[in-house]
Structure formats: C-alpha cells, structure tokens
Design a protein around this ligand. Structure first.
Ligand code: FAE
Length: 552
C-alpha cells in the first residue's frame, strides 16, 4: 500500500517573511488597542493612529469579538476588510514578551509558570511515565494551556491572543467530502469544498511535509515506525498537512536555526516555526489598521443596551487572575468566538439569568468531544522510535469507514528512547452532552459521563488491537496512570453547544437577538471526523461572508 496525502492543499498563504513581519507588528498591536472609536468606522477615510492601551469603560464599538481563536480571527479580518472597526476581547495574555530565559514559551518537558491557566499544579495530558507521575507544582499564573475540568471530562484549550492555535499541533485537516454531510448537515458541501475550505487553508498557511525528507530524518523515525506498523496490518497511512513551516523544520533538523518542533516544543507554545493565528489571520487583521485587541480581558455579560446594540461587561484581570477593573462597553454587534466551551458557558448563563431572554432552547446542546481518545503501544527493542522526535505530527491512519476511527501518529518528545508508539484517535463517538446553569452554585455545568468514552475506545481498538496482534506487541499501561491503557479522560477538540441551524440560523445569527452571532467551534455539533480547526475556520469564512453581505 502506498503513502497517500490526506486532503493536502497547496498553501497560497502569505510567505514566512510576511508572517514574521506581521508577527512583530501584531504583537505591537496588542498593546496599541486604541479605543473610543466613532461608532461608524466606515466614515473615516484615513484611520488616525489609535491611542495606546486596552479598551476603556464607556467605549462604543461597531463590532466586538469575544475571543481571538480561529472563529474570532476570521471574523475580525473580514469585518475589518469590509471597513468595520473591530475590537477583540481576549481573556488570555498577549504572548509577546520573553520570560527570564529569553523565551516567550516554555518547553513541553519543563512546564513552568507559563504553562497552565490559573492552576497550582500541572495537569499534563500524559500524566505518568514508567509508573512515575509527571505533574508538579507551578505558580498560579494566566498560563497558555487551560485544563478545564468539566465534571466527566478535562477539556484542554488555548488561552491567549491566538486561542487554540498557540498550543495545538497545527494539524490542518480537511475532512473527506463523503463525511461532510454528517459533520454539518445544513451546509452545502459544494460551496465548502469549492470556496471556503481552500480559503481557510490558504489563510492558515497549510503545507505538507516533504515525503523524501520525512523518509530519512531522525526526528520522524517515530512516524515511520507508526507507518510501517499500520501498513503491515493493512491500514492506509496518510500524510497529514500542518501549519508548521516545513522549511524551517528542515533547518532545525540540520542545526542551522533555533529549534522548536525538533526540540519538542508543543502544548505550551512554539518559540519558532509554527504559524499560529498571530502570524496569519491576526497579523493580516492588524495590518488593516481597524482591529485592536485587549488581552487579559474577560467578557462576563452581554445584554441589550437601552439605546440599541449591546452592553458588554468585561473584567480586566492580572496575571494571578485577580480582577483589577470592571468595564462596560457598548457594541453594535457582538461575535461570540470564545471557543465551544467559552461561548456555550456565556450563552447558557445569559439565557438562564434573563440577560438574553430571546435565546432559544437549543442553547447549550449538542456538545461533543470529537471522539478523542489516546493510547500508546510498546514496541520491540528492534523498533526504536527515536530519542529526538519532532513535536508536530504529520501522519495518520484512516479507518473511519470500517471502524469509526482516524488516528494521528503522535510524538512522545521525552528526549529519551521510549520504544513507544503514541496515538491520538478521533472517533465517531455518538454521545452528546448539554451545558446547563446551576443557579445554586452560580455556574454552568456539562453533563458528560466518563462511561461515554467506551465507544471511542472500541473504535480505536479496531486499529490498535489488529496492529498489536500483527506485531506481537501490547498496549502501554503506564502513560495515563497505573495500569491504565486508555487516555479517555480528556479532549483537545471540544465542539458544539450553540449548534448551527439550531441555536442560530444557518449562518450563525443567534435567534431572538439581532446583531449577536456565534462564529467558533460551538457551531459544530460535536464531531468533524478529523482534527477540527480547518473546518472551524472554513465555516467562519462562509458565515462572515454572508453576514457582511446581508447584515452590514
Ligand atoms: P479557540 O481557539 O479555543 O479560541 C477561543 C478564545 O476565546 C481563547 O483564546 C479563549 O481564551 C478566549 N475566551 C474564552 N472565554 C472568553 C471570555 N469570556 N472572554 C474573553 N475571551 C475568552 O476557539 N485542532 C486541529 O485542527 N489540529 C490540531 O493539531 C489540534 N491540536 C490540538 C492540541 C491541543 C493541545 C489542543 C488544546 C487543541 C488542539 N486542536 C487541534 C483543537 C483546536 O485548537 C481547537 O479546535 C480550536 O482552537 C477551536 O477554535 P475556536 O475558534 O472555536
């Protein structure tokens, strides 16, 4: 069986030099954040230099975007290109300032204060190794990765300007077209595959590893072992596109530039090489001169304003998470882009407390974990996976049709030879949970059940039981606790909670409140059959185009 490329897309995105130039200016932009704009930016032919500082209480803005992840960044760029002034409110940090070690981000193997969102102890997805627990105490800080415990599941999310793009593996996968009707039943696949997926891939700067280089380089030995084992069991191996700069990685491997992926950086940020949203959509948004960002600002309420538009309540926080100011601003339009969990929690609370009474009964429903489940396999001594492993996955095993599982061959960048193969599977898990407001406790809860992961385990086993039988190998049972084979306690891919064509119309307009929109992963009902951010980006491109044409 020969190698195949999974839905590879030629990147027509901006060049690396463009990205890096953009980065510098974007990072400046975060601090610029001018406010007190006139309500209608269109009237300003040449935008004056915005005043320094984050959004001020009392400001009125034409468009306010809650969150700076994929959906929010697409909305900000396209609105700004259409002549609308946009203010983005982001609860996480700007991630533009080096720490005492001269680096913005800490390494995967040595998480420090920068690693976790307001925790005093790390919560590493792989909690153990060879029986030893890996977690350790860290100072409480507004770090980059949130391990949010939602009852039956730990939901990992990026926090900061760039959202999930700061922490994720950059795997940029367009679902197979045959799977699309199950992913977003109310969306026309023809327009997605002709227009919006290509636009998203170009905007994100998606590219593919050079297969000839892959075949020889030490840092992808782990993936070649994964490929060999998959193919010997009759499964197709597929190259998977990524937003990492593959030319940069070649130079890393050759030792000619500072290392990031090859040094194992992932999860807590990449100091080089990865084209996060800071280098792509957000850089372009900032270059319009119409987009400003307030980091360390958290939206707590949105409610109709007496004179039209919406009153948005915002808490400014410091790096310990303490509120230092409470602000109230007015926005003509508000885009919820706080991620599946963030948007769902806000909307469920606002509906239940009467702040947005017109929201319908679909709010909070249709949440899924994209069927995420992890596992490791113990290889024979003649199948080493390499001391040095690039942190960016580039290959997968597709058994979706026969077994309901798509597995990415993931690195285990520990710096030592582990003889382990490691996988994150995306499965066709049928369970969907609901967010509800617990008035007594004053918080939003999710009713996900731990037992609901069993179908995901069964589906992942359609791949790995067969590989183990063929190779004469066994599962690792030391990575997620003592004698625990399956990493079934978490998801990296929260989806749903404000589902398209249910909680909103077919383009993300919330029912009952004109001028309110959902434009992030909350729109997608729980599963994308592959890693989700290309679909989130493409759907945002589709919806914002319609909103700009029809509503503005
Ligand atoms: P998201 O990117 O989460 O952005 C939401 C933003 O809103 C965040 O910056 C929040 O801090 C902010 N926010 C939340 N609440 C508030 C509030 N009240 N006020 C102000 N700001 C707020 O949303 N996906 C892939 O396709 N490929 C991968 O390789 C991949 N790897 C992953 C690895 C990890 C470790 C993780 C955690 C995720 C990974 N994902 C991957 C998932 C992907 O990052 C995720 O689906 C998207 O980031 C979701 O995009 P959204 O725009 O929905």
């Amino acid at each position: 069986m020969s190698d195949r490329t999974l839905h590879g897309n030629d990147s027509k995105g901006i060049s690396r030099r463009g990205f890096m130039a953009g980065t510098g200016s974007l990072l400046g932009a975060v601090a610029l954040a001018g406010q007190n704009h006139p309500a209608h930016a269109r009237d300003r032919a040449a935008a004056p230099a915005p005043a320094a500082g984050p959004i001020e209480s009392g400001a009125r803005v034409p468009a306010l975007v809650i969150g700076t992840g994929y959906g929010g960044s697409v909305a900000a760029l396209r609105l700004a290109e259409a002549g609308v002034d946009v203010h983005m409110v982001e609860m996480g940090m700007a991630w533009d300032t080096p720490g005492p070690d001269g680096k913005v981000f800490c390494n995967t193997t040595s998480p420090d204060y920068r690693a976790y969102w307001l925790r005093t102890r790390t919560k590493q997805p792989l909690s153990n190794f060879l029986g030893f627990p890996l977690d350790k105490d860290v100072p409480r800080y507004t770090g980059i990765l949130d391990a949010e415990e939602m009852g039956g599941i730990t939901v990992y999310q990026g926090r900061g300007v760039g959202g999930g793009s700061l922490v994720n593996g950059g795997m940029a996968v367009t679902p197979r077209r045959a799977n699309f009707p199950a992913i977003l039943p109310s969306v026309d696949p023809a327009e997605m595959y002709a227009t919006y997926y290509p636009r998203a891939n170009a905007g994100l700067g998606v590219g593919l590893v050079d297969p000839a280089w892959f075949d020889t380089v030490d840092c992808y030995r782990f993936a070649r072992v994964g490929r060999k084992h998959a193919q010997r069991s009759g499964f197709p191996f597929l190259f998977v596109p990524d937003v990492y700069d593959w030319d940069y990685m070649k130079q890393e491997a050759a030792g000619s530039v500072p290392k990031s992926a090859v040094a194992g950086e992932i999860l807590y940020g990449n100091n080089h090489g990865k084209k996060s949203l800071q280098q792509t959509y957000l850089a372009r948004a900032r270059a319009t001169g119409r987009v400003t960002v307030s980091p360390l600002h958290k939206v707590t309420s949105v409610t109709p304003a007496p004179g039209g538009g919406y009153t948005v309540a915002i808490e400014q926080i410091d790096t310990t998470g303490t509120t230092t100011a409470t602000k109230s601003v007015t926005a003509d339009r508000v885009f919820f882009a706080a991620g599946s969990v963030g948007t769902s929690k806000l909307l469920v609370r606002l509906k239940a407390t009467g702040a947005l009474p017109g929201l319908n009964g679909e709010i909070g429903k249709g949440w899924g974990d994209n069927g995420n489940v992890m596992c490791g396999r113990a290889n024979h001594l003649w199948d080493p996976t390499g001391k040095v492993q690039a942190s960016i996955p580039c290959g997968g095993i597709d058994n979706w049709d026969a077994g309901g599982a798509f597995a990415e061959i993931a690195p285990l960048p520990t710096g030592i030879e582990t003889y382990a193969s490691f996988y994150l599977s995306i499965t066709r898990n049928p369970h969907r949970a609901e967010f509800t407001y617990n008035a007594a406790a004053g918080r939003v809860e999710l009713n996900w059940q731990t037992a609901w992961k069993q179908p995901s385990i069964d589906m992942a086993r359609t791949i790995f039981d067969r590989i183990n039988a063929r190779e004469g190998t066994i599962y690792r049972s030391d990575l997620f606790g003592l004698n625990k084979v399956w990493g079934d306690h978490l998801t990296y891919h929260p989806l749903g909670g404000a589902v398209l064509d249910k909680a909103t119309d077919n383009h993300g307009r919330l029912h009952g409140h004109p001028g309110l929109y959902v434009i992030d992963g909350a729109l997608i009902p729980g599963n994308t059959s592959v890693n989700p951010f290309v679909t989130i980006t493409a759907l945002a491109e589709r919806n914002i185009e319609k909103i700009i044409a029809a509503d503005l």
